[in-house]
Design a binder for this molecule. Structure first.
Ligand code: ADP
Ligand code: MG
Ligand code: ZN
Length: 505
């Protein structure tokens, strides 16, 4: 039975409101405040020293490369980079950070008040404002897979960590994913982070609430109210981020129906939640009343940082075309599909490889097909970028050119690419060595075509009579010629000959 008016007053509009905090490990050579190497995957506690394990009296020294990288991120995010910034201690008592505080930036971050334009499906764009981007140090890692006890690996303690905090401008799962993926692309593009999810280089913390009321007047208290803000800690994959946001939105909606205005920010406050990968759901961790008192105060061991205009300008000059602009250029100038343009702007060196190959005379379409084909498969397999595969722009341009000139069939090019990927070299030499160079001798090609027609009288007749299966039969004959020639017949010439010989009488 439908509820009456009184039971169900005109249901209010629900607007999802999300602010995202992103932590990103910077790809510096050494740690933030000491000279230990910043390296993932080595045996536990092999990159440690008195500074990063927190021995009393050990003095931190700022890593300028990390500050450079943060300024670069800030500028690329259209932020202000103030002239004066400083370091603060954030009280933090956990075994993975033994000095009992984390060096961070409290009220004077390196960058603030910027934005990122996020491309969305269908050509739409959302501008998400960035509240601040600051630099801090990462904590170590507890190791739980030992037999009798928990260990602590401090190789990660003191690794420079960029934190980017958005304004609550995100209103859907789609926007969260667009924003976080664009951010990953940007930091990779700038060369400031590998942003490798498997290595934990990037972690997300969404703050999620729902505005119940007039969606045009969010934050106007006379027009509605917020549900509690739930902050979900430490998500380290896009999948868990997406699952979490979906789950929390559903949870909020159920609470709104069940508890009405009792489920509000005013009554409940903020809560910290966690994501359970095994159960694909979220769970409550703690409420605001238990929230940490971080007791921030300026770090007496570190001098404040002055970012003079010359310093800022030098870094600004290093920022070239950004990924969104590059993608737009690829769509317009090279006529790539959206998917291709996205894949080839994953990182700057990959885009540069395409541009260089084209500049060297490689036909765009062929170059893109080579990159999106076997090269993409190889990069997925290795977990590397396309550029890291080591295929040079010269080789790519040459191979694409040979295909365009009919000197290599697609399958022959594929075999050459395989060798290029494995050991490098010059495409012409490789093709010669493999014996896959197309035969240009017209009589040889004609002999293969004649042999294929003779061996396949049925399909040949279908083509001749314009049978309804003629097209399929033609393809079959093409394949037969290619097979007979061992892939060495140039497809364009074969096609032309077949058409000639099988034209309706
Ligand atoms: P805190 O200091 O408690 O961490 P902040 O106000 O600094 O809270 O905001 C932290 C994050 O929460 C930011 O990303 C911000 O955009 C987001 N946020 C602020 N208000 C809301 C809201 N009503 N709903 C969802 N997220 C919000
Ligand atoms: Mg927070
Ligand atoms: Zn150290």
């Amino acid at each position: 039975m439908a509820p009456t008016e009184a039971e169900n007053p005109t249901s209010p509009t629900l607007t999802t409101v999300i602010g995202l905090e992103i932590h990103c490990e910077l790809d510096t050579r050494t740690k933030m405040f000491c000279r230990c190497l910043n390296r993932f995957g080595d045996p536990p506690n092999t990159h440690t020293c008195p500074v990063c394990i927190g021995m009393p009296g050990a003095l931190p020294v700022m890593n300028r490369q990390a500050v450079d990288m943060t300024i670069k991120a800030g500028l690329a995010l259209n932020c202000q980079v103030p002239e004066f910034t400083k370091w603060d201690r954030k009280g933090y008592y956990y075994p993975d950070l033994p000095k009992n505080y984390q060096i961070s930036q409290y009220d004077l971050p390196l960058a603030r008040e910027g934005y990122l334009d996020v491309p969305l499906p269908g050509g739409r764009t959302s501008r998400i404002r960035v509240r601040r981007a600051h630099l801090e140090e990462d904590a170590g890692k507890n190791v739980h897979d030992l037999a009798a006890h928990t260990g602590v690996d401090l190789n990660r303690a003191g690794v420079p960590l960029l934190e980017i905090v958005s304004e609550p401008d995100i209103h859907s799962v789609e926007e969260v994913m667009g924003y976080s993926r664009s951010m990953r692309r940007l930091v990779r593009w700038l060369g400031i982070s590998q942003a490798n999810m498997q290595m934990g280089h990037m972690r997300f913390e969404p703050n999620i609430s729902i505005w119940v009321g007039d969606g045009q007047r969010i934050f106007d208290e006379s027009a509605g109210y917020f549900t509690p803000i739930l902050e979900i800690k430490n998500l380290n994959s896009f999948r868990s981020l997406e699952k979490t946001v979906e789950w929390i939105i559903d949870y909020h909606r159920a609470q709104i129906i069940e508890r009405g205005r009792d489920w509000s920010l005013e009554k409940v406050g903020k809560q910290n939640w966690g994501y359970r990968d095994d159960l694909e759901c979220c769970e409550f961790q703690r409420g605001k009343e238990e929230a940490h008192d971080y007791r921030y105060f300026p770090d007496p061991d570190l001098a404040p940082v002055r970012v003079e205009a010359a310093w800022r300008d030098r870094i600004a000059a290093e920022i070239g075309e950004l990924p969104i602009a590059r993608k737009g250029r690829y769509l317009a100038q090279y006529q790539l599909s959206d998917k291709e343009a996205d894949a080839l702007t994953e990182d700057a060196p990959t885009g540069d490889l395409l541009d260089s190959a084209v500049k060297l005379g490689g036909p765009v379409r062929r170059v893109v097909n080579l990159m999106m084909g076997r090269m993409m498969a190889a990069s997925n397999q290795k977990g590397s970028t396309l550029a890291q595969l080591g295929v040079s722009a010269e080789a790519l341009a040459e191979l694409a050119g040979m295909m365009e000139a009919g000197k290599l069939s697609a399958s022959a090019a594929d075999r050459v690419m395989e060798v290029l990927l494995a050991e490098g070299g010059k495409p012409l030499d490789i093709a010669t060595r493999l014996g896959v160079l197309a035969v240009s001798d017209a009589s040889a090609i004609e002999a293969w075509v004649d042999a294929a027609i003779a061996a396949n009288a049925g399909p040949a007749e279908q083509v001749r009579t314009g049978d309804k299966k003629a097209k399929q039969a033609f393809g079959f004959l093409m394949g037969a010629v290619m097979k007979l020639s061992g892939g060495k017949a140039p497809p364009a010439a074969v096609k032309q000959l077949l058409e000639q010989k099988l034209s309706p009488k």
